[in-house]
Design a protein around this ligand. Structure first.
Ligand code: SF4
Length: 334
């Protein structure tokens, strides 16, 4: 590790200001847990991107599912989604008012066909939702795909290099990243502190050489073509759509929705959710945290009004992927 840090400092000497981004909640966790930002030279900044699926789920989608639940539609979803604040209520609030909301760890726990699964996540969790669709269950899909979101970030935020999401890459494969060409160096990395530190070094070396290619440094898990079975299942049951991301707006072809309209809760319950007016909490800076514009601790509510026990925004909910919750866990209150 010491050798890697020394090399990072040595390569960085010949570079100007460099902004790198990790876009996987797992990497954010490693970076904050091991204080990796602190070991970097002054001219190298590592920012966290939109790698937390709970965080990037739009307020509108949360409000829509709360509305469905309050109108008697049975819902199933993952535990973290329960506590994300909506405009007026969270799913936890709806449940305390009597809404039927089942918290699941696996989609296999959903047995009733009239229960709607609120599916979130990137390429990694989408195969589970695809499996549910194959069995004929109805889904409210807030699933997102990474490539176009990263393209948008590379252009708008002037990112000099990406640590590509490791888990997502196990499904997509490394070839996909080569094909979409983000125009900046990328390293597919594992999740140990050494793996993330090595990814930073590899990115700096590529920047120094002027290379804009993809390096797969997680070969033990990420294959060139990814998980072909999972990709086939997703393609069979879901199709790409333009999706709304918290903090990033609508990004073309960055979401997935059920191919069969009769299994798409957005269509099935369109009348219930069409007039929802969503407003994000103006005091919450999640929008900026998600794009790496500010660090969680720069939000005035961090650790004061906003804590994991009482989240005021989506980024304080998931202790494994939400940048604010992770910063709170490893960095204290302020
Ligand atoms: S600390 Fe809380 S209020 Fe501030 S950006 Fe994070 S989630 Fe939002």
């Amino acid at each position: 590790m010491n050798e890697l840090i020394k090399k990072i400092h040595s390569v960085a000497k010949s570079l100007g200001r460099v902004k790198l981004m990790e876009v996987c909640g797992g990497h954010t966790n490693t970076v904050m847990k091991y204080g990796l930002k602190e070991i970097l030279p002054e001219n190298v900044k590592l920012v966290s991107g939109p790698g937390c699926p709970v965080c990037v789920t739009s307020q509108k989608d949360i409000d829509a599912v709360v509305e469905m639940a309050l109108n008697g539609i049975k819902i199933a979803t993952y535990g973290d989604m329960l506590r994300v604040p909506g405009t007026k209520k969270s799913l936890a609030d709806a449940r305390s008012e009597g809404a039927d909301i089942q918290v699941v760890y696996s989609v296999d726990e959903i047995k009733e066909k009239d229960r709607v699964f609120f599916g979130i996540g990137f390429e990694t969790t989408t195969p589970m939702t695809a499996r549910l669709l194959e069995k004929g269950f109805t889904v409210f899909s807030a699933h997102k795909t990474m490539p176009n979101a990263m393209k948008s970030l590379a252009q708008k935020m002037k990112i000099d290099g990406f640590i590509d999401p490791g888990h997502v890459s196990t499904i997509t494969g490394s070839k996909m990243w080569e094909e979409i060409n983000l125009g900046v160096p990328q390293v597919i990395a594992g999740f140990t502190p050494e793996a993330v530190t090595r990814a930073i070094l590899l990115l700096l070396e590529m920047i120094k050489r002027g290379e804009k290619r993809v390096k797969n440094d997680y070969r033990e898990v990420v294959l060139p073509n990814g998980n072909i079975v999972a990709k086939r299942l997703i393609n069979k049951t879901m199709k790409p759509i333009d999706a709304e991301w918290r903090g990033m707006g609508i990004i073309p072809n960055s979401g997935l929705t059920p191919r069969k309209e009769e299994l798409d809760a957005r269509i099935k319950y369109a009348d219930l959710i069409k007039n929802i007016k969503s407003i994000e909490n103006p005091a919450c800076k999640c929008n900026e945290v998600i794009r790496g514009l500010i660090e969680p601790k720069e939000c005035p509510l961090f650790g004061r009004k906003c804590t994991p026990e009482n989240p005021q925004g989506a980024c304080m909910v998931s202790e494994t992927e939400g940048a604010c919750a992770i910063a709170f866990k490893y960095g204290g209150k302020k």
